[in-house]
Design a protein around this ligand. Structure first.
Ligand code: SF4
Length: 209
């Protein structure tokens, strides 16, 4: 396992991933011009961020994240790919790749963001983010990852038991609950009460005993 701030290891790690991405990236429509994804996304989003764009400034990830419907992933992706902001993207693919490289069964979101940020190639953050996501989408897949073809296998601590990382999220078991409902009222109306507890807590409903 390498330390995420060990530049002697991070530099070759970055070079291998970026070299692989240059040669193996999928021929997706928005990669056919010099920066098509940036143009596409920026055109759409700048309509919503003209209070920022009007001043001639590129919106930062934090500006984008403040917009309705824009989450941390989208904000980081747009800011890095379209505007070159050095902010790491952590989507499901990146989470899986990082969990496997560092053999983390249950990586905390903060650890993921800090690790992704530490590994980020500052020279071209958009390209780096896309390379990491591409690896997760095409090589380091959830099932049967193709470790023999992986450009960063040398650095991967979890490759011998890759599907163990990250551990699948345990689904909360569904229970069967018996309850008696009381329907009370008069003249076409009936009594509702606010529920407590985990079963529809906070919602209104007929009294349950
Ligand atoms: S070596 Fe295997 S598990 Fe590790 S990053 Fe590459 S594809 Fe994923």
């Amino acid at each position: 396992m390498f330390e995420r701030d060990d530049s002697r290891v991070i530099e070759p790690f970055r070079e291998m991933l970026l070299s692989w991405y240059r040669d193996h990236q999928r021929d997706l429509p928005w990669r056919k011009t010099r920066d098509p994804y940036a143009v596409l996304v920026a055109e759409v989003l700048l309509h919503q961020t003209r209070q920022v764009g009007a001043e001639g400034l590129a919106p930062r990830a934090s500006d984008l994240e403040a917009l309705p419907g824009i989450g941390p992933y989208t904000a980081a992706a747009v800011a890095s790919i379209a505007f070159g902001e050095p902010v790491a993207v952590v989507d499901g693919n990146v989470r899986r790749v990082l969990a496997r490289i560092f053999a983390q069964a249950d990586p905390h979101p903060r650890w993921l963001q800090e690790t992704a940020q530490a590994l980020l190639f500052q020279g071209d953050p958009g390209r780096w983010n896309q390379a990491l996501m591409e690896l997760g989408a095409t090589v380091c897949t959830p099932r049967s990852p193709r470790c023999v073809l992986c450009p960063i296998a040398l650095f991967c601590e979890g490759k011998d038991d890759a599907e163990r990382y990250p551990a699948s999220r345990v689904r909360r078991q569904r229970g069967v609950h018996a309850a008696a409902l009381a329907l009370r009222g008069q003249r076409g109306g009936f009594v509702l009460e606010k529920r407590n507890g985990q079963a529809l807590g906070g919602l209104g409903g007929v009294p349950v005993r």
